[in-house]
Design a protein around this ligand. Structure first.
Ligand code: B16
Ligand code: MG
Length: 211
């Protein structure tokens, strides 16, 4: 049977969470709003607008101000992305992708980020993937399954033929809702609903663990 592996980007392939934190923190400081690293954890896998709403903790602003704030944060984030190199792949990721490609497993990305393409290019891994789904591809974000279903379709596979690798609770729920096999990356408290859990990331995984 043909198999597909669909990877989330931030938290699975690389760790841009610190850059997201620094960019949101700069915005929060400018707006005199409290924002901690722990607050940032709740934004894992969450799209930009929803992240801003969580940061604002119920404060209400006009739409134009909301757009201005998310644009400003994205500018700070994109400046930080200039620092990314292939050395920023998480441990074991390059070996895992090479082994999966050698095993003729179809590979895709399903990321909520509208910055996924520049990140993937800077990491030097674009050539591994037959389908890349990012924050522009579907309307309904994780925990809706739409993005992973979109990527599976581009791979020419059914969800039941695909394993989704996710570090966010919302991403695991999206995979389960779509009928995918879910592999959680990180602590059981966060991704424990997945069919498989890799607390230390892909570095401890072998491509055939999921067949
Ligand atoms: P952007 P993923 C997600 O990426 C991040 O985990 C999340 O923190 C971020 O808010 C979201 O992308 C949107 O990113 O502002 O660049 O469009 O985990 O789905 O790869
Ligand atoms: Mg993620």
């Amino acid at each position: 049977m043909e198999l597909g592996y669909i990877f989330d980007l931030d938290g699975v392939i690389t760790d841009t969470a610190e850059y997201h934190y620094l960019a949101w923190k700069q915005l929060a400081d400018e707006e005199k709003l409290p924002f901690t690293r722990q607050d940032n954890e709740a934004l894992r896998g969450v799209p930009r607008r929803r992240s801003l709403e969580l940061l604002l903790k119920g404060r209400v602003f006009p739409e134009a101000k909301m757009v201005e704030m998310e644009t400003r944060k994205n500018g700070y984030y994109q400046a930080l992305l200039e620092n990314i190199t292939p050395a920023d792949l998480l441990p074991g990721v390059a070996q895992f992708l090479e082994a999966a490609q050698a095993a003729k497993i179809h590979l895709g990305i399903g990321s909520a980020s509208k910055n996924a393409m520049p990140v993937i290019r800077r990491l030097g891994i674009e050539h591994f993937f037959d389908a890349i789904g990012d924050g522009y591809c579907v309307v309904n974000h994780k925990p809706a399954p739409d993005l992973f279903v979109w990527v599976a379709g581009r791979l020419g596979l059914w969800p039941t033929q695909c394993y989704v690798f996710e570090d966010a609770e919302a991403g695991v729920d999206a995979a389960l809702a779509g009928g995918f096999h879910a592999v959680g990356i990180g602590p059981v408290e966060r991704v424990g609903r997945a069919h498989y859990v890799l607390p230390e990331g892909l570095k401890t995984a072998h491509v055939r663990d999921f067949c």
